[in-house]
Design a binder for this molecule. Sequence first.
Ligand SMILES: [Fe+2]
Ligand SMILES: [Fe+2]
Length: 295
Amino acid sequence: MINVGKADELKIYTLVDDYAGYNSPFWAGHGLSLLLDVVHDGRRTRILFDTASDAELVLHNMRLLGVDPRSVDMIVLSHSHYDHTGGLMGIMKELHKETPIFAHPDIFKVSFATEPEFLYAGIPPLRGGSKDEIGKLGGIWILTKDPIRLAPGAFLTGEIGEEERTSFERECLVGLYKLENGRVVPDKVEDEVSLACLTKEGLVIVAGCAHPGIVSIVKKAMKISEVNEVYAVVGGLHLVSADMQRIKKTIDALKGLGVQKIYAGHCTGLKAEAAFLEAYGDCFEKLHTGKVICF
Ligand SMILES: [Fe+2]
Ligand SMILES: [Fe+2]
């Protein structure tokens, strides 16, 4: 348990999602990037959560939303996948100031798909940059598997260990591999960390792709904070390749945990979004670029 504190206000800007919304001036693009404004006692902390696949998308949409990129105080990379890290280099060039970047220590691993052909899935060297290049642009790497507090109310879950995963979420839904001591082994995306923020309504859980399973992530955030009220889940839930049985189990478990609102997009998938809409009604909202959510 850590003393997570409590935010007075939380505002989430959807800077990039795969969908731009109906009749929208925003640019959609593969991946996810969210900006969190955490306000406590009149002080605001701006956390950039993921950088989508390209900085141009993030910066264009930031301009339309009237957000100055230099106002970002810190960056969180939820996991290594290029659709969450590809914008890092371009964003750091724009920020050009000393900026803490929080991620799991395995964020630089070599991760890839082999079907239909080889595809490198990790941080793209030209768009995401190397550890040293980002350091030269002011990035201060804080690489930890442990939970860590970022601002009053806001904290990272750290790694969700195998034993912490809910049984039906142990099967990883991405067909990826990674290199480990020169061997090719299945990649279960152990490097994924999520963000949570305790607001006056309860916990708001923010996930990049939720590869460890959204139910396991919610439970971990509850355990760290010792708070049982979960107000909302926001982000990508990676159910795009899940069967209906897993989708149903996920929805039942989230309802069982008392999660009141779902804002899902990116890799959630149409089938799961339709199921959430049916189960949650107006308490389900599809995430899209440009959407601003206030808590
Ligand atoms: Fe993703
Ligand atoms: Fe991912």
